[in-house]
Design a protein around this ligand. Structure first.
Ligand SMILES: [Zn+2]
Ligand SMILES: [Zn+2]
Length: 329
């Protein structure tokens, strides 16, 4: 059955179109090219860092496991600016390309997030949290976006596993819509839109992929992409950076399990994952929000219909995607 489904938070419509006849196995990736360790820029992050400076090393010294560096080719820079203002250029608004662009590198050349020891995966999330807290101190920063590009079609230009953080002076449109939808839902229903979805998924059971003590992973009802996954802390929290150690560990475990299943089910496909959290400024405004991680496998190519309408056509029913991922143990 083909169906238009509306996302409860953003209001976006998606066309779930399984009648296009693609089975889960049709989404399997081709064999991944493994780039050699020799000549890899991230074997020594200091050499790949802007100004040769390591921002953070965990642990410090020779036996480091995770390091954070400033990107040598940053999308945004601080560039000696202390205060930034919006200006007008003709009818347009313009802001300096201010911000921070950091790269978080894990030690092992071949171990992506699902392959790390659970302690090291936890360490990666702790480094994200530490950098968040530090970057949020800059009042020019409105939003901090943390993400992973895994594989060439997901935008990774370097093979060695790494993650990026971009702290920017604007709230990105996707986050703005998400915040807006969450605030509206709260006003109308006196409930968190994400808690509502979590409760419904728990009741329905169909789209749950895995669960840990403090986190749940499911395929969203209005999934835009085949095998899309959301990782939610079970407890309502607006801010990723406020998550405590125990919960963060449990969330890391859930993300690892979900990515391991994706890897097994679809033969190690490319994917992106990113954190959606409340903005770092005006914190009192966002108590309605519920931070989470979105995982988007790159198995599908958007074409003219999607580009021109923003209605994604998803040939994979999320119920079937979840069941396929659940079974990939
Ligand atoms: Zn490497
Ligand atoms: Zn909630």
């Amino acid at each position: 059955m083909n169906e238009f489904r509306q996302d409860l938070v953003s209001g976006d419509w998606v066309l779930i179109s399984p009648s296009r006849g693609r089975r889960p196995h049709d989404f399997k990736a081709k064999k991944r090219k493994r780039a050699p360790k020799i000549g890899c820029k991230f074997e020594n992050p200091r050499e790949a860092a802007s100004g040769g400076k390591v921002i953070l090393s965990e642990p410090d010294g020779k036996y480091w496991k995770v390091q954070a560096i400033l990107n040598k080719y940053p999308a945004v820079t601080k560039d000696g600016l202390w205060v930034i203002d919006e200006e007008k250029e003709g009818p347009f608004f313009v802001l300096p390309g201010y911000g921070y662009h950091e790269v978080i590198i894990t030690r092992d050349h071949h171990k992506a997030f699902p392959d790390l020891d659970s302690d090291d995966a936890f360490l990666v999330l702790k480094v994200f949290r530490q950098r968040y807290r530090s970057l949020a101190n800059d009042n020019n920063i409105a939003y901090i976006h943390t993400f992973a590009n895994f594989g060439e079609t997901a935008g990774a230009t370097i093979y060695h596993p790494h993650y990026q953080i971009l702290a920017i002076p604007i709230i990105p449109p996707d986050v703005r819509r998400s915040l807006h939808g969450s605030a509206n839902y709260k006003e109308k229903n006196d409930a968190c839109v994400h808690c509502t979805q979590i409760n419904w998924e728990v009741e329905q059971k169909k789209r749950i992929i895995c669960e840990t003590k403090d986190a749940i992973v499911f395929a969203p009802y209005a999934s835009k992409e085949p095998f899309e996954m959301r990782v939610f802390p079970k407890k309502h929290h607006p801010y990723f950076e406020d998550t405590d150690e125990r919960e963060l560990g449990s969330i890391g475990e859930a993300l690892q399990t979900a990515l391991k299943r994706l890897k097994k089910a679809l033969n190690d496909p490319d994917y992106n994952f990113f954190i959606h959290t409340a903005p770092s400024r005006d914190r009192e405004k966002y108590s309605h929000y519920h931070w989470h991680i979105e995982v988007v496998p790159r198995t599908n190519i958007s074409a003219g219909f999607e580009l021109g309408t923003s209605v994604e056509v998803n040939p994979m029913d999320p119920d079937d995607a979840a069941s396929f991922l659940r079974d990939a143990k």
